[in-house]
Design a protein around this ligand. Structure first.
Ligand SMILES: *[C@@H]1O[C@H](CO)[C@@H](O)[C@H](O)[C@H]1NC(C)=O
Ligand SMILES: *[C@@H]1O[C@H](CO)[C@@H](O)[C@H](O)[C@H]1NC(C)=O
Ligand SMILES: *[C@@H]1O[C@H](CO)[C@@H](O)[C@H](O)[C@H]1NC(C)=O
Length: 376
């Protein structure tokens, strides 16, 4: 190649980079996501609530993520939402309560409002004292919108929020930490059908509210077989899954799916989808070996034979191989299980990448060098 040709190539390359750069910084800003959820999606909100009793702030939470210190995720590693977001090329949104959250960070990364113990209903999870219920999370999102409008103007803000992606992933606490617990009045005020109606009607109102606030591309996660989490098994005399809790999860999924179908016709310019992972998770739990697991009924992190252990604490012992366990603690799946669920959801829904050319945010899931020897 002659020198002048080479110069031309260089100039052209610079030109293309400049044009691309301009369009990225200009009208076509990066697509980000806003996440509403419970402990399955919390990335640090509860850890910053002084009075919350549902926190993932002690070792060994986060042991297979980044520097291995607790980061607010109720898992040893990543959440399902982390994996799906990475797959779509979406940045991982910081927790709403991150003290360094600024308008620029929100425009670049979105926000995660998920909170451990939170439910669709305000009255869910009250015994955790502090948590964001879905209504509260939407209220906080409303505040975020006002901040962004002030920063970039009403029109640009409207475009930004309409192009963003939304995840709504709550519901299990409305059963596990409400309806199925006799200390909560909902458990005796409603029967199964009436409670599911109440729950899905409330959720419908919340989804309509999000639409009125500009959410156009939204995914609702369904419930897994919550009767099979280690806590529910240990509470059953046989050690089997609790059939009643699983039936409720299936009823909720059916009702929510129908509600979304009916709704989606009425919501202008919107795509509200239901992501149901019940069958996938159920298959993983019923056939752990097929997926490379060795245990699907007890938590990897537990406190000797004392069950339920409620939470993972520094004095707990860890299973020998964390990638062989479906469950990390009494409630929450491991990084490996979440990855499999996300992969199966991808097969079912074919999430398309939204920020082309944008590498997925780094997925630091390496065990730290100072990791304690398991069992020790
Ligand atoms: C739920 O809580 C929100 C505040 O987070 C409040 O505005 C709303 O009125 C409450 N709704 C019900 C039905 O109690
Ligand atoms: C729906 O999309 C069309 C085309 O982009 C736009 O003109 C219209 O204002 C949108 N309607 C609403 C309610 O957002
Ligand atoms: C599976 O777990 C059993 C004990 O529950 C153990 O004896 C066996 O070695 C484990 N297998 C693998 C492949 O980890």
């Amino acid at each position: 190649m002659s020198v002048s040709n080479m110069k031309f190539v260089l100039v052209l390359t610079t030109l293309i980079v400049t044009i691309l750069g301009t369009s990225l910084n200009g009208c076509d800003s990066k697509v980000v996501q806003f996440i509403f959820g419970d402990s399955l999606s919390d990335v640090g909100n509860n850890n910053r609530m002084s009075r919350s009793l549902a926190k993932a702030n002690l070792p060994w939470y986060g042991i297979d993520f980044g520097n291995g210190l607790p980061n607010g995720r109720f898992s040893n590693g990543r959440t399902v939402a982390d994996f799906i977001g990475d797959e779509m090329g979406l940045p991982r949104p910081p927790p709403y309560l991150d003290p360094s959250l600024t308008e620029d960070m929100i425009l670049e990364n979105g926000v995660n409002y998920a909170s451990g113990g939170g439910g669709i209903l305000n009255e869910t999870g009250t015994y955790f004292i502090q948590r964001f219920s879905l209504y509260k999370q939407i209220e906080l999102f409303h505040g975020t919108q006002q901040m962004i409008r002030k920063k970039i103007g009403t029109d640009a803000a409207q475009k930004f929020f309409q192009e963003s992606r939304y995840v709504v992933a709550l519901g299990s606490n409305d059963f596990i930490n409400n309806y199925l617990m006799p200390v909560y009045s909902d458990s005796w005020k409603y029967n199964d059908d009436a409670f599911i109606d109440y729950l899905t009607e409330t959720l419908q109102g919340q989804l309509e509210l999000l639409h009125s606030l500009g959410a156009r591309q939204l995914m609702v996660f369904g419930l897994g077989p919550m009767g099979c989490i280690p806590l529910q098994r240990v509470l059953s005399s046989s050690g089997d899954c609790q059939d009643r809790a699983n039936k409720l999860a299936l009823s909720f999924n059916r009702a929510t799916s129908q509600m979304l179908e009916k709704m989606s016709g009425k919501l202008t310019n919107a795509s509200y989808r239901f992501a149901d992972a019940y069958d996938v998770v159920n298959d993983v739990i019923s056939n752990p070996y097929k997926y490379g697991f060795n245990n699907s009924d007890s938590p990897c992190c537990s406190f000797g034979s004392i069950r339920p252990a409620l939470t993972c604490i520094p004095a707990s012992t860890l299973c020998q191989d964390r990638s062989k366990y479906v469950f990390w603690d009494e409630y929450h799946p491991t990084d490996t299980a979440n990855q499999i669920v996300a992969k199966e959801l991808k097969k079912k829904f074919g999430f398309s990448r939204v920020n082309s050319g944008n590498a997925p945010s780094s997925a630091p899931a390496i065990a730290p060098a100072f990791a304690p020897s398991p069992q020790g």
